[in-house]
Design a binder for this molecule. Structure first.
Ligand code: PGA
Length: 249
C-alpha cells in the first residue's frame, strides 16, 4: 500500500511574514498521519517555516538545489544549506526550471544524484508540452525524461529516495487540469516504465504524484485513481484550499 504524498509548491510567492502568517493559519488544520504532507516555500522562508512545522507531521521541502557542494556559484543554494534549515524533500526538474532556467536532463540528473547522496527525497518532475501531447509524443517524452533524469540511479536509491511527479506543462498554472483518465494513463505509463528500467516490485512501490491545477474541487477524483499516489500543488497550495486538498478523503 503506497502512502499518499501531497506537496505544496509555493513557487516565488510569500515574503517571510506572509509565509509565517499562512503556515500558522493552516498548520493546525493539517492533522493527518496517513498522508505525507510537504510544504515547499522559497529559500528565504525555509528556516522560519521549519520552526512552525517541526512539532507536527508536516515536512519541509525545497524548490531547487545546486548539484555542487559549495563554492563560487553566486545565487545558488547547496544541499547542506537546505539540510541545515530542516529540509527533507527537494523538487527537481520542475518544468518552470527547465523552461526558464535552461535546466537540461543532464543537470536534473546531477541534482537527483546530489539529493540521493545526502539521503533527502527528490520529487522529480516530468511532463509534456501541449504541442507534444497534440502530436501524440507524450509517452516518448516522459519516458525519455525518466531514462535521462534517473541515469545511474540504483534500485536501492530509487526505492528510498525518489518520488515522481507527473506534471503536464499545459496544465500547470493554467486552470486546465488533466482529466483523471489522462493523469491516470500517464501515471500508469510511468509505473510501467519504472518496471522496465528497474523491476515490478520497485514500480509497484514508487510513489507517483500528479501536478497541474490540482484544487479542492478535483483532488478527490484525481487522488482516487489507481496509479496516482499524491499531488504536487502550486497555486492552490497558497490558500486554504491546500487544507481541503490534504483532507480530500
Ligand atoms: P499549479 O502548479 O497547481 O499552479 O498548476 C503545479 C506545479 O507547478 O507544481
Amino acid at each position: 500500500m503506497r502512502k499518499k504524498i501531497i506537496a505544496g509548491n509555493w513557487k516565488m510567492n510569500y515574503t517571510l511574514s506572509q509565509a509565517e502568517e499562512f503556515v500558522t493559519s493552516i498548520v493546525k488544520q493539517i492533522n493527518v498521519d496517513d498522508i505525507d504532507v510537504v510544504l515547499c516555500p522559497n529559500f528565504v522562508s525555509l528556516d522560519r517555516v521549519y520552526d512552525l512545522i517541526c512539532q507536527t507531521n508536516v515536512k519541509l521541502g525545497a524548490q531547487n538545489v545546486h548539484y555542487e557542494d559549495k563554492g563560487a556559484y553566486t545565487g545558488e543554494t547547496s544541499i547542506d544549506m537546505l539540510i541545515s534549515a530542516g529540509v527533507e524533500y527537494c523538487i527537481v526538474g520542475h518544468s518552470e526550471r527547465r523552461q526558464y532556467f535552461n535546466e537540461t536532463d543532464e543537470i536534473v540528473n546531477k541534482k537527483v544524484k546530489k539529493i540521493i547522496e545526502k539521503d533527502l527525497k527528490a520529487i522529480l518532475c516530468v511532463g509534456e508540452t501541449l504541442e507534444q501531447r497534440n502530436n501524440n509524443e507524450m509517452f516518448k517524452v516522459v519516458e525519455d525524461q525518466l531514462v535521462k533524469d534517473l541515469k545511474d540511479i540504483t534500485k536501492e536509491q530509487i526505492k528510498r529516495n525518489i518520488i515522481i511527479a507527473y506534471e503536464p506543462i499545459w496544465a500547470i498554472g493554467t486552470g486546465v487540469t488533466a482529466t483523471s483518465m489522462q493523469a491516470q494513463e500517464m501515471c500508469k505509463f510511468i509505473r510501467s516504465t519504472i518496471a522496465k528500467m528497474y523491476n515490478e516490485n520497485i514500480a509497484e512501490n514508487i510513489r507517483i504524484q500528479y501536478g497541474g491545477s490540482v484544487k479542492a474541487s478535483n483532488a478527490k477524483e484525481l487522488l482516487s485513481m489507481e496509479d496516482i499516489d499524491g499531488a504536487l500543488v502550486g497555486g492552490a497550495s497558497l490558500t486554504n484550499d491546500f487544507v481541503a486538498i490534504v483532507n480530500y478523503d
